[in-house]
Design a binder for this molecule. Structure first.
Ligand code: GLN
Length: 455
């Protein structure tokens, strides 16, 4: 803990952390030592972690990287945070992200971007950019993130680390500041599938305070990755595993260096005994308009709670109550958050609801059905996470172009499927490339097993 606190302090220019608390971390490390001295064991006992600032915590401010929540302290811990605390982990601080998790570059943080440790003038990806930067720079061995449309997988991919978004409902959303409730899921970012497995087991489970959390027993994912596949051999640990390659994930629009790295990784999977099969996810392109209707619609509703009364920022000079709401929101929210509230309010409006929101919901179902048709032919689906490597900071000013880069992570999110990013090598400019693996519902164990065999 001391060593990593020093690393965190020495690498502040990465913008990974929004706050730290050295005294608290040292006290937690001591408490973990005491538990160990009493004979307690556990894979996370005494392990330093940090949490995306989307999770509310009693020990630190919780801001969602927004001015709106500057200095806000929660009276309770998010369930995921409480579970990791109970497992004996040490919390070094809270991690930067896009404001309210809206974005894919961490440039939407009200507190400045996180920087990619591979090249500090490049984005980390987002929205869990601080988590990715902190793990990639070896400031912490693992971090929590959240993934609504790719926010664990894409920053993991762009910083060369491993991240998994489990099946929707696997982790409790209680205390995760809501962006789009039907899509939001927690997930770990770490150096390896094995470390992700250790965190995910501790983060998962039914929570009576989240009605969408699943009443399913929690798997020991670390055991799952070690368990040999039926029919596998030592040389071919993935023998019999069918990996589906959607043709829509390998077309134009993917950078040559990304495709090359992904193909090379898939060739390794073949050597490990897996077979590659061609599949199709015909509505891949539609996942962009569908997601960018549904997610802002839910966001516009979720963010109505930030009214200057109950939480955070209240404008100083205001007239009547309505003026106070307006000024507080105008000052507290950044431009991307305002854009999403506008879009969401519009698509839910009388007269537009059927044309946009309802249509998007119908397509969401069809996208999920397409996955089931593909999974009839394969066990896992693979492709790129992001069409490009990390772009330069400040190089994208067109929000629609930015949204298009989410094309490979959105389909799985809309379907509620588990997905992960596994380092696949390097592409353009020598920057990291992630291989995406998507599993069927509740197949996190199989995903992690395959990733671990590859690593
Ligand atoms: N980039 C996507 C967006 O901007 C996904 C964000 C996320 O998963 N939180 O909405």
């Amino acid at each position: 803990t001391k060593h990593l606190l020093a690393r965190v302090a020495a690498h502040q220019q990465l913008g990974a952390f929004l706050c730290t608390d050295e005294a608290l971390a040292l006290a937690q490390a001591q408490a973990a030592d005491d538990r160990r001295a009493k004979g307690e064991t556990g894979p996370l006992l005494g392990v330093p972690l940090a949490h995306k600032d989307i999770f509310v915590t009693t020990d630190f401010p919780s801001t969602a990287a927004s001015k709106m929540l500057e200095g806000y302290r929660s009276p309770f811990d998010a369930t995921v945070v409480a579970q990791l605390k109970a497992a004996g982990s040490v919390t070094l601080g809270k991690l930067n992200c896009d404001e309210f998790a809206m974005g894919g570059s961490n440039e939407n943080s009200a507190y400045g971007p996180a920087r990619n440790p591979w090249n500090v003038n490049r984005i980390t990806g987002g929205s869990s950019g601080g988590s990715a930067a902190a793990v990639a720079a070896r400031l912490i061995p693992a971090a929590t993130g959240t993934d609504t449309g790719g926010s664990v997988r894409q920053p993991a991919s762009l910083t060369g680390i491993t991240g998994i978004k489990p099946t929707y409902g696997r982790c409790s959303r209680y205390g995760m500041i809501a962006f789009a409730s039907s899509l939001d899921q927690a997930g770990p970012l770490a150096r390896s599938a094995e470390d992700c497995a250790l965190l995910l087991s501790a983060m998962s489970g039914f929570d009576p305070r989240d009605a969408t959390s699943a009443e399913r027993p929690v798997e020991d994912y670390a055991a799952a990755i070690r368990a040999p596949r039926a029919g596998a051999t030592a040389a071919q640990p993935l023998k019999g595993l069918r990996i589906g390659l959607p043709k829509e994930f390998f077309g134009d629009g993917v950078a040559a260096g990304v495709t090359t790295a992904v193909r090379a990784a898939l060739a390794e999977f073949e050597k490990l005994g897996a077979t590659l099969v061609d599949v199709s996810l015909p509505r891949t392109e539609l996942s962009i308009p569908v997601y960018y209707i549904i997610a802002p619609a839910e966001a516009s509703s979720n963010l109505s709670r930030f009214d200057g009364v109950r939480y955070g920022h209240r404008a100083k000079d205001h007239g009547d109550l309505l003026d106070m709401y307006k000024k507080s929101r105008a000052e507290g929210f950044g431009p991307e958050v305002k854009r999403r509230i506008m879009i969401g309010t519009y698509v839910l409006s009388h007269g537009y609801y059927d044309a946009y929101y309802l249509q998007a919901q119908k397509l969401r179902r069809m996208i999920a059905d397409d996955f089931q048709a593909a999974f009839a032919q394969c066990d896992l689906i693979a492709g790129p996470v992001s069409p490009t490597v990390a772009r330069p900071l400040g190089s994208q000013t067109d929000p629609v172009q930015e949204y298009l880069a989410d094309i490979f992570t959105l389909p799985g999110s809309l379907a509620g499927l588990p997905g992960m990013s596994v380092p696949a090598g390097f592409g353009e400019e020598g920057l990291p490339v992630g291989l995406q693996l998507i599993g069927n519902y509740w197949q996190e164990g199989q995903l992690l097993h395959a990733a671990h065999a590859f690593q």
